[in-house]
Design a protein around this ligand. Structure first.
Ligand code: GLN
Ligand code: ZN
Length: 756
């Protein structure tokens, strides 16, 4: 049995690439040094996979920022405004990702969106009528050659033509179909070139195939690959799908002359059934995605062997594969010195997954696999009791009734009560919660974690930051203030650490976007709250000002979506457990005089099933109630805010309204305010704060552009319902740009307010 990896994490076990890139951005590292760090990482990752005897090791899965952006650059999809800056190749690449403000000009970054149902973000390729798709770059060739020099024959990976064209944004008259012919030539040329360099296989990632496909989508896919495969020569092409099953395109996939098809048996609910129903072509190799590339639990070998047995009835050649790129799991348990062995035994990060591949290979090579020692060891793990249940938590979730999910009085009545109580000006200004996490803020937390300062010293430092932050927000004239979230490393990890039932790690980082990584906690047992988590800091901020202070929490759906969830109970049950714990915090904040409470659901949209037919039944039917459960117990004058990122939520706009928050803020500046139309059309009741500027870039928006944005919003949104805020938290930004941007924001709001 051979093994294949779809993609490996790139940032480095200790986030080496992140630190090198950020130093380079600051102008303190040369591009040569950055390139050297990148090459060392690639080399180490290839060696590691080779040491685990992986047969299909990927190359070109490395990226400085994002592989969709890499593919766009490879095929010359670079909008003119970036070329016009006249910068070098690497700089232009980073400018597309991060925006630019300097001597050469002022341009925004490309739009950024969540990669299917993950917390990884890709840069949206932008295609205009003059875009000429052609093979223009050399990255996959360079990296293939680099691995070969190291003695490793790799399987180069590209984002496939269909997924690339489907994810792109078309800003002119032309559409994806108009670019099919040039994409066919460009991909064909890339495959030919890789073949000429010696690549036996090329992997084309087509996750877009697991979404709902229309007739015209299938026609486009078929056209693209009929063309591309016609010129592949002797090079073998693996079409790699993941994040679900290919129920609409299965027959087409089988009919096209692919040499291998990668199918996901972890998230693909119907994958097995499709193969059983329609068979699997004898000429093709099935790359069976069996090891979960998204979660960190050990694979149960008995299940895997059972599945392989079933697949063998239909497919002649099977290669064992991860279900998706290992990009979505952390590097290695080796970096975890504090996790107990009794916990570690159940976990597999990327490196341990490689080990599982090795073991499975060995198990499958013997005549009687179930007698293999590794098999027995694995099976004994799954027969043990992992933890003892928290019976109080289980009783509370079992006892929930409809009234626990319903806030009274209804929205309109609350809105009037709150308007009278807070007496805020029209277009009230606020932020999303966090303020820059400066080196000192991080150093303080680090010192506390290491034990070199006392808890009192740690907190004292945070209190000082809060006092500064509140004073400065007051000084620039913001209306609803926040404490700044200095105590939080991350909006989910922080709560994971405070709540009971989570395991947390030291270095289990997963890339979120560009150089930004997150450290998702692991849901280990039943979740409960044993003590207040944020009250002290919010109450302190409140004591410093007469303006309203907004308390800041993370909602249950986001906590769950950004954690590694349990696989032994349903997501609904986990979400309700977390909701009840956060609910206690909400009530504690309220009891301590915090009258505005924001419950972030940044990740709510993220886990929406990729197929519309699964939205309600698999997700919204518990996600929306979980949020309501958190806030249904507050008084009518307590104002509940929520916040969401990268909102592509026009299509679930009614469900968002049904969360029954009083105010929602969300990302809008990068999505061209499309969401505003949806809000307008559906008669959205919740007050809204569409972000007026992009915080993912260091550029400072001018008062003029902020006013323009507000005017465009006011065309569609009632002034009485509009809030003014950045599009997300400010923690990744520098101090200078943050305060300058916020001053502009307040000024823009004031000027627009006066004109109303
Ligand atoms: N309150 C959080 C912050 O400001 C929200 C972050 C987010 O939406 N990702 O950092
Ligand atoms: Zn956000």
């Amino acid at each position: 049995m051979q093994t294949s990896i779809i993609g490996f994490p790139r940032v480095g076990a200790l986030r080496e690439l992140k630190f090198a890139s950020e130093t380079y951005f600051k102008g303190k590292l040369s591009s040569d040094e950055l390139l050297r760090t990148a090459a060392q990482l690639r080399s180490a990752h290839w060696s590691l996979q080779q040491a685990h005897d992986v047969d299909y090791i990927p190359s070109n899965d490395f990226s400085f920022y994002d592989t969709v952006l890499d593919t766009a650059c490879l095929f010359n999809i670079i909008p003119e405004r970036y070329h016009a800056l006249g910068l070098g190749e690497l700089e232009t690449y980073f400018v597309m990702a991060r925006g630019y403000q300097g001597e050469q000009g002022d341009v925004k970054a490309l739009a950024m969106k969540k990669w299917f149902n993950t917390n990884y973000h890709y840069m949206v390729p932008e295609i205009d009528d003059r875009t000429a798709i052609r093979l223009a770059g050399t990255k996959p060739f360079d990296e293939y050659t680099e691995a070969k020099r190291q003695g490793i024959s790799t399987k180069p990976v590209l984002v496939g033509a269909y997924t690339l064209l489907k994810l792109a944004k078309y800003v002119g008259e032309k559409t994806a179909e108009d670019f099919a012919d040039s994409a066919i030539d460009a991909y064909g040329a890339a495959i030919v070139k890789l073949g000429a360099l010696g690549a036996e296989w090329v992997q084309l990632d087509e996750p877009a195939l697991v979404t709902d496909l229309s007739e015209s989508d299938l026609a486009l896919f078929t056209k693209l690959y009929t063309g591309i495969l016609a010129s592949k020569g002797n090079t073998k092409v693996l079409v790699q799908t993941y994040f679900g099953d290919v129920r609409n395109g299965y027959v087409e996939l089988q009919a096209l002359p692919f040499d291998g098809i990668g199918i996901d048996f972890v998230e693909g609910k119907q994958s097995l059934e499709l193969i059983q129903r329609f068979g699997f072509s004898e000429e093709k190799t099935l790359f069976a995605g069996i090891l979960n590339g998204k979660n960190i639990w050990r694979n149960r070998y008995a299940d895997t062997l059972g599945l392989i047995q079933q697949l063998r009835e239909h497919a002649g050649r099977i290669v064992l594969s991860s279900s998706c790129s290992l990009l979505h799991v952390p590097y290695s348990l080796k970096q975890e010195t504090k996790l107990q062995q009794e916990h570690k035994a159940y976990l597999a990060f990327a490196e341990e997954k490689l080990q599982e591949f090795t073991e499975l290979k060995s198990i499958l090579s013997v005549a009687n696999p179930t007698s293999h020692a590794e098999y027995a060891r694995n099976e004994s793990l799954f027969k043990e009791e992992r933890f003892s249940s928290n019976t109080a938590v289980l009783a509370r979730t079992a006892g929930l009734t409809d009234s626990d999910f319903t806030r009274l009085p209804a929205f309109e009545e609350r809105e009037a009560i709150q308007k009278a109580k807070f007496a805020l000006p029209l277009l009230p200004t606020t932020t999303i919660g966090s303020f820059p996490q400066t080196a000192e803020v991080r150093a303080n937390r680090f010192a506390f974690k290491k034990g070199s300062i006392t808890e009192e010293q740690y907190k004292q430092f945070n209190f000082e930051r809060i006092a500064e932050c509140v004073a400065r927000q007051e000084a620039i004239g913001l209306d609803v203030l926040v404490h700044g979230e200095y105590e939080r490393n991350d909006m989910v990890e922080y709560f994971g650490e405070c709540l009971d039932g989570f395991l947390f790690t030291e270095n289990a980082w997963v890339q979120s976007y560009g150089t930004r990584c997150v450290k998702p906690p692991i849901v280990w047992g039943d979740i409960s709250r044993s003590k207040p988590m944020t009250v002290e800091y919010s109450a302190y901020a409140k004591s410093l000002t007469s303006k309203p202070i907004k308390g800041m929490l993370t909602g249950p759906v986001t906590i769950l979506n950004w954690s590694f969830p349990r696989e032994d109970i349903s997501l609904r049950d986990s979400a309700y457990q977390i909701a009840l714990a956060i609910r206690e915090e909400v009530l504690d904040l309220e009891a301590n005089g915090i009258e505005i409470i924001q419950i972030d659901e940044a990740a709510l949209r993220e886990k929406l099933p990729l197929r519309r037919s699964d939205w309600q039944s698999d997700y919204l039917n518990w996600a929306i109630p979980a949020f309501r459960l958190v806030h249904s117990g507050v008084q009518s004058h307590t104002q509940i805010h929520t916040h969401m990122c990268y909102s592509q939520f026009s299509d679930i706009i009614r469900d968002i309204d049904a969360m029954d928050a009083d105010v929602i803020t969300f990302e809008a500046s990068r999505s061209d305010l499309a969401i505003i139309d949806a809000i307008n059309e559906c008669g959205f009741q919740t007050e809204v704060g569409p972000g007026v500027y992009d915080i993912h870039s260091p550029r400072i928006p001018s008062v003029g552009e902020l006013k323009d944005g507000l005017h465009r919003m006011l065309d569609k949104i009632d002034a009485a319902k509009l809030w003014v805020n950045p599009d997300c938290g400010l923690k990744t930004r520098g101090e200078t740009e943050t305060w300058a941007s916020l001053e502009h924001l307040v000024q823009a709001a004031q000027e627009v307010r006066q004109s109303l």
